[in-house]
Write a protein that binds this ligand. Sequence first.
Ligand SMILES: [Zn+2]
Ligand SMILES: [Zn+2]
Ligand SMILES: [Zn+2]
Length: 410
Amino acid sequence: MSYSYEGDGYAFDEDWEQTIEANNWSNIGIHAEQFLNKGSQLIDVIVKMTVSSQRGNVLDFIAFDLDVVSKEEFQDTSCATSFYQKTRMHVPYLYYLRSDLPIDWYLTSGQKFIEGKRVVAKSCNRCGRYLPINIDDELKTLSFSLHCKKQAPCVHSAFRAYKIQNRAHLRANELKGLTIEDSKVVSYYGHQLECKACKKFFVNAPLNPQRNAQQFKEDGLRRRAIEVLVNTLLDRNLIHFEFEHRTKKEFSRYIWEKFGRRCFKCGPDSDPIALGDMALDHTMPLAYLYRLDETATCLCSNHNSQKSDHFPVDYYSEEELVRLSKITGLSLTQLHKKEVNQQVLNLLIENVVWFYDAFLMQSDYQKVRDGIRTADKINDSLKRIIAGKVDLAEKYCKETGHYPHSVTIR
Ligand SMILES: [Zn+2]
Ligand SMILES: [Zn+2]
Ligand SMILES: [Zn+2]
C-alpha cells in the first residue's frame, strides 16, 4: 500500500501474507494508520494485491474495496479500545467500506471476471450493509457470528430464516444447495441480527467495553436499557464520556489502576489482569438502579459473572467490604445496604408517563426478541425490584386513565 499525504510519500511494504484455505472463503484486509490534519487528504492511494497459486486454480471474490476509514463514530477515540481488541477477527468488516460495488470497478487491466460461486449476503440490522455469510460451511463464519452454535439447530425464526430480497432475479441453479422454507433461506446455526463489526462497536462496546460476550448475550439489551434509563433520569451522560471529557483520562483504565490492576475478588495477592480482561462492576447493582460511576469495582470476568446483580453485602466477606470501602470511597453503611436507589426510583415515578410513552416506545425496545417484547423484559425486571413499593403501570393508569401500550399487561 502506498499513498501521498501533504507532499510526502508513504509506503507500507511489509511482507503481509495470508494463506487462504482451499474451497472456503477467507476474510482479508489490512490497514495503515496515518494522523490526518483537518482538511488534509490522502491522495494517490494504491493497494497492490498479489495472489500466488498453482496453475489451474480458480479464485472467487465476493467484494473488494479500499478507502479511508471514515465512519462517523470513528472520528473520535470512543471506539478505539474495541478497535484494537481481536481486530483480526473482524477484518475487513470493521472498516465499514462498501462491499456492494462490482469488483470490476477496481480492475485496472483489461481482464474480465467470469461468474463464480453463489454467495448469500445478509443485511445487518444496525448498519444495513449486506455482508456475506458462509451458508455452505456455517461454522467458518464471515461477517456475522452464529446465533445457536452450541444448541443447533437454531429455532429462532428471526435468526434462522432470511427473506430473499432478489428472488425475482435468481435462476433456479442459484438456489441450489440452499435450504429454502417459505421463500426464505434457512441457516442451521442461525446468525446474529447485527454484523460482527456492529456488535463489536455499537451493540456490545459503548456502554461497558469490558464486559464479555457471554454476559452480553445473557442480559445485554435489558441491562443497557436500564443503564440508559438511569442516566436519562439523572440527566447524566455515560460515565465513560463524562469521565473522559472531564479528566482526559480513560475511565476503564482509571478503575483498573485504582484496583492495582487486580480483580478485587481474586484479592491483593493475585496476579494482575490485563486491562482488556477487566470487567467493570457497578459495585451497587445496576438492576437496583445504581448508575455506573467512579465507585465501580475491577473484577475478572468470572467474578463479575458471579457478582452479577448481587448487592456487595451478599457477595463479599466483611473483611472484603472494609477493603472495598477504602478503595471505592463508598461508606461501609452504603455497602451494607440492600435497597433500590430511592433517588432514581422517585424520578422514575415522577416520569412514569414519559417512561411508558416515550422511553419504552423506542423501536429498539418494542422489538420482539426470542418471542418476548424487549419493553416487557425491561418492565418486568423493574417490577421485580420495586415490588411492594409501587406499581408503575397502575401509577401510569391513574395519570392517563388507561394502561400503557408500550408493555403487555397481563
Ligand atoms: Zn453492521
Ligand atoms: Zn438461535
Ligand atoms: Zn477474580
